[in-house]
Write a protein that binds this ligand. Structure first.
Ligand code: MG
Length: 386
């Protein structure tokens, strides 16, 4: 890395990825300088982070939340995020907010030719065509943070030589449960992920395998690969983070212990590499075995829905994402059962006439429209009749 410190801003600094990113930055404190930290509602943690890392700015999502720290400028809301992403002092911006709020700041960073370490799924699921086109036009790197895409990013030398992408999935907590057992799954069953410790929304998505479906759509955009050349394989140990097969039959995989510190560090230090937080070395002998199996598309219909929405393209993934998010929150609120989640998504997708190349405003309109429709559908108790 350049000898001067790399200037970084983190959108979503109090979330799971954001806090781990700050642990990486603390470990590499001679290599990073924090320009801005932005959070959703955890103002207390943001205050602690700001006092420790001394950014120039902080950004709060809620204008009524007051936080004054001498010497640090306080910004608010989406405008604040866009102001951070317009500051060309940044060498990299880590977009680790969750939800659609990540999309516009990412586009702003790209317009300002600032590389983005992308952990926000919605950015590519909702607007992958637009985001990747703009990144190309502006010659800006989008470096994926998600462990699977980070793995593929590390494996690819020449994309033209790649035959297919192989994305691994831990299989979540219900891998070997029957459909009947899944029907009665409680919120806490769903939230107990065997390998990764993540936020609630993504943990539910990991149980339904919708998370893998979203990752397939992201991979399609990030690596401009056709959907029939993106394969999902279940790998419960989460040691192989993903792989690619080259045209000559060679398979290159990226392996590592399941720790998000590794892909986060890779993304924010790329193309350099440094000693990581966990220097415990990797031992094949200790791991002893790696298992793989095909995903069961019948047991996990959300994965099938994601492939199909992805292939339809246009606004179909927008619809799928919005319906899924609303359904997941309804599940977490105890309003619907686990198995209703995919049924709701399926219902919303089947009633959606996909717009072929929506612009950003249309994307947000469709997103909003589907959310309203999904909530109405759930609240009217129509779910049983699906
Ligand atoms: Mg992942």
């Amino acid at each position: 890395m350049e000898s001067r410190k790399r200037k970084i801003s983190i959108l979503g600094s109090t979330g799971s990825i954001g806090t781990q990113a700050l642990e990486v930055i603390e470990k590499l404190s001679d290599k990073f300088e924090v320009v801005a930290l932005a959070c959703g509602h955890n103002t207390k943690l943001l205050e602690e982070q700001a006092k420790k890392f001394r950014p120039e700015y902080i950004c709060l999502s809620d204008a009524s939340a007051k936080l004054e720290i001498p010497g640090i400028k306080t910004l608010y809301g989406e405008e604040g995020l866009e102001e951070i992403c317009s500051n060309k002092e940044n060498d990299i911006i880590l977009v680790a907010v969750s939800g659609k709020i990540g999309l516009k700041p990412t586009l702003k960073a790209i317009e300002n030719k600032i590389p983005v370490a992308l952990a926000n799924k919605e950015t590519l699921v909702m607007a992958g065509d637009i985001v990747m086109r703009k990144a190309k036009e502006n010659n800006v790197d989008i470096i994926p943070v998600d462990s699977e895409h980070c793995a593929i990013h590390q494996c690819i030398k020449n994309i033209a030589q790649v035959e297919k992408l192989i994305i691994t999935a831990s299989g979540g907590p219900f891998l070997h449960k029957t459909t009947g057992e899944m029907q009665d799954a409680s919120i806490s069953d769903v939230l107990t992920h065997p390998r990764w410790n993540m936020g609630r929304k993504i943990t539910v998505d990991s149980a339904t395998l919708m998370n893998k479906g979203l990752e397939v759509i992201e991979a399609h955009h990030l690596f401009s690969m056709d959907y029939d050349k993106i394969e999902v394989v279940v790998h419960p140990q989460s040691i192989v983070h993903s792989a690619i097969e080259y045209k000559d039959g060679s398979v290159i995989a990226q392996l590592g212990l399941p720790s998000m510190h590794i892909p986060i560090q890779y993304a924010i230090t790329y193309p350099e590499r440094f000693e990581g937080i966990k220097s415990k070395s990797f031992s094949f002998a200790q791991i002893a075995r790696l298992d793989f199996e095909e995903p069961d598309f019948n047991k996990f219909p959300s994965l099938k829905l994601a492939y199909s929405a992805g292939k339809t393209g246009g606004s179909a993934p927008v619809c799928m994402n919005a319906a899924n998010e609303e359904a997941v929150y309804a599940f977490l609120d105890g309003k619907i059962n686990y198995c209703d989640i995919y049924k709701i998504v399926e219902k919303m997708l089947s009633g959606h006439n996909a717009v072929l190349s929506p612009d950003i405003d249309e994307i947000f309109e469709i997103d909003n429209e589907i959310r309203v429709k999904t909530r109405e559908y759930i609240n009217c108790g129509l779910v049983e009749k699906v």
